[in-house]
Design a protein around this ligand. Sequence first.
Ligand SMILES: Cc1cc2nc3c(=O)[nH]c(=O)nc-3n(C[C@H](O)[C@H](O)[C@H](O)COP(=O)(O)OP(=O)(O)OC[C@H]3O[C@@H](n4cnc5c(N)ncnc54)[C@H](O)[C@@H]3O)c2cc1C
Length: 383
Amino acid sequence: MNLELSEEQTAVRRLAKDFVDREIAPNVVAWDRAEEVDRAVVKKLGEVGFLGLTIDEEYGGSGGDHLAYCLVTEELGRGDSSVRGIVSVSLGLVTKTIQAYGTEEQKREWIPRLTAGEALGCFGLTEPGTGSDAGNLTTRAVRDGDDYVLNGSKMFITNGTWADVVLLFARSTDAPGHKGVSAFLVPADTPGLTRRTIHGKLGLRGQATAELTLEDVRVPATALLGPEGKGFSIAMAALAKGRMSVAAGCVGIAQAALDAAVGYAGEREQFGKSIASYQLVQELISDIAVDVDAARLLTWRVADLIDRGESFATAASQAKLFASEAAVRAANNALQVFGGYGYIDEYPVGKLLRDARVMTLYEGTSQIQKLIIGRALTGVSAF
Ligand SMILES: Cc1cc2nc3c(=O)[nH]c(=O)nc-3n(C[C@H](O)[C@H](O)[C@H](O)COP(=O)(O)OP(=O)(O)OC[C@H]3O[C@@H](n4cnc5c(N)ncnc54)[C@H](O)[C@@H]3O)c2cc1C
């Protein structure tokens, strides 16, 4: 793997950095307090091409490889994980999945609007009773003539109240466990689909997280994405690549923690000297720096494997596991460097810690990542 970025990758990283510094950084505290990022940012993300990375240009995508995607995701994570998550879900889990499994008609219907930021996607897998055990989901899709009728509920859905299309996973056959699950593209304005915002999140407060309820939601059979009964493997394939995106976002959090800690340590004086001169403070900072580099290298490795067409799922779990735990450690260490000021939201590190905390939970908890890695190494599944 060549660790030197190409001219194109360097340019996209610069573009992302400028975008974050101009469009996101000045608003972060206000969006967090308001519990909502300004929705105008979605259109701007589309205009700058960040919602079309890795997507074919014929569908309005902006192309680029997975390393470029990681570089942008990292920068967005450095700026605001709420914004990063909007992109990771709409592009990473929904648009990329439509590109991979959609019919020509489905691609033409959804991808140009999603890449332009004129529409948003959400990923409806988790239910109130099934999180880690997603293969046992209970939402039903019953065939009725040329339609399917959907009933059930979905929990913790990122972009849920903002989305125009739900990539929804439902049980459509009597086959047991994950074998009976199919994927559907459900327009969010379909009658019978209601959405409730979930308030009171520890972090990611700017993001619209929702519970979706489906009561006799009727969609045409053409809403089926991929073959019937293959929905769970479609979901798992989406999440494998999604884990790279989460990991890259975590690198951004850890980098922001490092930048903040170094800056503050250089300014703050105690006992007549800069706190940066104390070895115990330097230890906190060096621990963050090592976490940043290790997480970044594990994440870039996943991008490299994907771009070379190699197997990447275990590497993605390793990157997601390490980077998410590292982001929590890094933000916590940075908060320690800030002392009491770190506990106040005028300073950036408290939010970094709150946002980082969910990264070890969603898109597969740390325990689930360990089971995936363990299964790959031993050949024995714990599920
Ligand atoms: C802010 C936020 C956004 C989210 N966005 C989305 C989204 O867009 N779409 C979506 O579908 N979901 C989303 N989720 C859901 C998320 O993916 C789930 O919360 C996650 O998969 C964990 O499921 P759970 O919360 O039901 O926890 P549970 O599965 O109940 O797990 C509880 C605990 O038990 C452990 N555990 C469970 N099974 C095992 C096992 N076999 N071995 C060892 N330990 C185990 C877990 O690691 C965890 O510590 C989101 C969640 C949050 C909080």
